[in-house]
Write a protein that binds this ligand. Structure first.
Ligand code: SAM
Length: 235
C-alpha cells in the first residue's frame, strides 16, 4: 500500500494480517466493521455526527493494536468520540469483539494507514491523540518509517487544537529520545514533564497495552511523554 503524504508516496511497512480469524470474528469484520468504519470521503467536520449520541470532543489513537487502551478509554469517557486507526486486520477484529461485548457506541475505526486519513480530517478537530508503543524501527536506515517523523508531526499539529494533548509512550529508550528531540525543537508542542516521574511513571488512570505488558515482562521500563499543542502555527 502506498500513501500520498506531503507530495511523496510513502510505502506501508507494517503487517496487514496474522492468523486466520475465527468465524465469529470474520462475521464481525463483515457485519460490524462496515457500521463503524470511518469513511474519509464523508464530512468529518462534524464530530458529533459520526456517533449516535452527541459527543463533547474527539480523541484519536493511532495503532491501537488489540484495542485494550482504546476500549478502556471509550468506556471511561462515554461523552468523548474516539477514532481508532489500525491497518492490522487481526487487531481490528479483536477491537470489534471488545466493542461488541461492551456495546460501546463511541468508537469509529479507520482500518488503514493513518497517513491517508490525517489530510482529510478537519483542522484542530482533536482534543487528544495517543500513539502508544509504536513500531520503533531500530535500524538507523529505517528511522524514516517511525510515526514521529516530521511529516507526521505536521499532521498531528494540524489536527490538534491549541491546548490539546499528544500522548506518546514507548519501551525503547532510543526511540523516546529521538522523538523527544524532535518534539522539543517544535514550537507547536510543549513537553509537560517537570520531574523525572512525569515521564518514568504512567499517567493517572493509564491503561496498559499488550505491547507495554510484553515490554515490562522483558524488564523494559516504558517512557511516557505528554505534550500540549501550543497556539504557534509553524515548527
Ligand atoms: C507495536 S504495535 C503497538 C500496538 C498497541 N498500541 C500496543 O501498545 O499494544 C504498533 C501498531 O501500530 C500500527 N501502525 C503502524 N503504523 C501505522 C499507521 N501509519 N497508521 C495506523 N496504524 C499504524 C501497527 O499496525 C501496529 O499494530
Amino acid at each position: 500500500m502506498n500513501t500520498q503524504a506531503h507530495g511523496t508516496y510513502q510505502r506501508w511497512y507494517g503487517r496487514r494480517t496474522g492468523r486466520r480469524l475465527t468465524i465469529t470474528r470474520q462475521r464481525l469484520m463483515m457485519e460490524l466493521l462496515p457500521q463503524l468504519r470511518l469513511d474519509p470521503s464523508a464530512n468529518l467536520g462534524d464530530a458529533a455526527a459520526l456517533f449516535p449520541s452527541p459527543v463533547d470532543d474527539l480523541w484519536m489513537e493511532i495503532g491501537f493494536g488489540a484495542g485494550e487502551h482504546l476500549v478502556a478509554k471509550a468506556a471511561r469517557y462515554p461523552n468523548i468520540g474516539f477514532i481508532g486507526c489500525e491497518p492490522y486486520v487481526n487487531g481490528v477484529a479483536t477491537l470489534l469483539a471488545k466493542i461488541n461485548d461492551q456495546a460501546l457506541t463511541n468508537i469509529r475505526i479507520y482500518d488503514d494507514d493513518v497517513r491517508q486519513l490525517m489530510p482529510v480530517m478537519p483542522i484542530a478537530c482533536l482534543g487528544r491523540l495517543y500513539v502508544l508503543f509504536s513500531d520503533p524501527w531500530p535500524k538507523v536506515r529505517h528511522h524514516g518509517r517511525r510515526i514521529t517523523v516530521e511529516a507526521n508531526l505536521d499532521g498531528f499539529a494540524r489536527l490538534l487544537r491549541p491546548g490539546a494533548e499528544f500522548r506518546f509512550a514507548t519501551d525503547q529508550t532510543e526511540f523516546a529520545a529521538w522523538t523527544l528531540e524532535r518534539m522539543l525543537r517544535d514550537r507547536r508542542f510543549t513537553w509537560v514533564a517537570r520531574r523525572a516521574d512525569d515521564w518514568r511513571l504512567a499517567p493517572e488512570g493509564w491503561v496498559e497495552t499488550r505491547y507495554e505488558q510484553k515490554a515490562q515482562a522483558r524488564g523494559l521500563k516504558p517512557v511516557y511523554l505528554n505534550f500540549i499543542r501550543t497556539d504557534v502555527d509553524s515548527p
